[in-house]
Every structure is written in structure tokens, then in C-alpha cells.
Design a protein around this ligand. Structure first.
Ligand code: SF4
Ligand code: SF4
Length: 219
């Protein structure tokens, strides 16, 4: 997309719509502590994600690590509303440096290419590593885009398997939180968002009974 604009007006619109996905070139920002893990969120393959070249969320085709939003909001954690703009401007990640809203070709070229994953960041020797591997093996994120279309089309899906998956997801992440005493913000980096929350976002009804999550197809 190209427009008449030729330079950044520092309006913050791009920062307000979400933190960037990180690339291998950004690894040093994490290693130096400038981007601590509690300020990152993992988007696992299959999760719905808003890509810079589209207005409709699509399923991520690979794992992405993004700068987390502020609280419930997707606004980049490092964006200051008090006129200061980006608080890490000199060290902003690659895709922020490449983003020109008036000509998005460069940033579109970066989409899902050479991106970081948890396995580039977490060392195999760290106790959390085995928990992540087990969670990834037993609880892959379903293709949320396909599920969303199924919800809209009122198609039949295997609710029983999905229910087992959301409960196993909760069981495994709860075990890591309890055993390793990690915070909620760190949990979102190590395991991404709980699958049941993503299902709620596409319209699935989720309730709890006898210590288990139950799913209901919207009628
Ligand atoms: S790149 Fe565009 S949207 Fe982002 S701050 Fe600059 S002018 Fe605003
Ligand atoms: S890191 Fe800075 S430039 Fe990039 S989205 Fe966040 S506030 Fe904006």
C-alpha cells in the first residue's frame, strides 16, 4: 500500500494497534534485558493474529513472539500516551524500524519470515524448557481461523476432543506455574494464551463444572 505521505508523523497509530512480532535480529534486545520476557507474549501457530497486510485476523502460520500490550489492551507496552511516544525508540525492534504506514512493502516482506520463537530464547537447560516441550506436543493450538469459520457456518466439530485439549492446556500450564513459581505475564510468554480464551474470542461458550472446563457450541 502506498499513499501521498512521505514521513512518519509519530501519531502512534501503529503502536496503538499492537506490539511488533520479533525477528532473529531482535534477539540481542532480549538478551540484553531491554525486552524482558514478562513484556513478551507468544502467539502459537494456529492462533488468530492481525497481520500488517490485512484487516481480518488470520491463523499464524508459524510461532510469533510479540511485545505484549498494556493490560487488556493490545497497545504496545512501550508506547507512552503522555507525549513521549516509543520509550525504546533508539532500540526499537526491526519491524518498527521498517514500518512506514505510507508504504508498507518493507514491513510486509518481514511477515512470518526469520521470526523468533520460544526455542530461540529459552535455553534447553532451563527447567521451564521441558514444560514448554510437553505442552507444545500435547496441546497444539487448533487452527482458530478454520474453527471460526466452522462457528459461523454452524458446522459440527469434535467438541469432546476440543474439551480435552482445553483442560490439558490448563493442567500443564498450571503445573509449571505451581512448580516453577512463574508470574501470569511470564506464563503468557512461556505458553501463550490459554486455548479456552481463544475459543471464547471466536464465539465458543465456556463454562466450568466440577473443576473442568466445558465447551458449548453457540446456538
Ligand atoms: S508509521 Fe505511520 S502510523 Fe506509525 S507512528 Fe508513523 S505516521 Fe503514525
Ligand atoms: S516498540 Fe516502540 S515503535 Fe515499536 S510498536 Fe512499541 S512503542 Fe511503537
Amino acid at each position: 500500500m502506498k499513499t501521498e505521505q512521505t514521513e512518519c508523523r509519530q501519531c502512534g497509530t501503529c503502536c496503538n494497534s499492537g506490539g511488533p512480532a520479533l525477528h532473529k535480529e531482535d534477539l540481542s534486545l532480549i538478551e540484553s534485558g531491554l525486552l524482558p520476557l514478562k513484556r513478551l507474549i507468544t502467539i502459537r501457530r494456529g492462533e488468530l493474529v492481525q497481520k500488517p497486510d490485512d484487516t481480518t485476523p488470520q491463523a499464524a502460520r508459524c510461532e510469533l513472539i510479540k511485545i505484549a500490550g498494556t493490560g487488556r489492551d493490545w497497545q504496545c507496552f512501550f508506547y507512552s500516551d503522555t507525549g513521549k511516544g516509543c520509550l525504546i525508540y533508539q532500540d526499537r525492534p526491526l519491524s518498527c524500524r521498517e514500518l512506514k504506514c505510507w508504504d508498507t512493502a518493507a514491513v510486509e516482506d518481514l511477515i512470518e519470515k526469520n521470526t523468533l520463537s520460544r526455542f530461540d530464547i529459552v535455553d534447553k537447560d532451563e527447567p521451564i524448557f521441558a514444560y514448554i516441550e510437553e505442552h507444545e506436543a500435547k496441546c497444539p493450538t487448533p487452527d482458530m481461523e478454520a474453527l471460526k469459520h466452522a462457528v459461523q457456518a454452524k458446522s459440527k466439530i469434535d467438541l469432546k476432543s476440543l474439551e480435552q485439549l482445553v483442560n490439558e492446556d490448563i493442567r500443564l500450564r498450571s503445573a509449571a506455574v505451581q512448580d516453577l513459581d512463574i508470574s501470569l505475564a511470564e506464563e503468557l510468554f512461556y505458553f501463550g494464551r490459554p486455548i479456552f480464551q481463544q475459543l471464547q474470542l471466536i464465539g465458543m461458550k465456556v463454562t466450568e463444572a466440577e473443576g473442568r472446563l466445558r465447551l458449548r457450541w453457540p446456538s
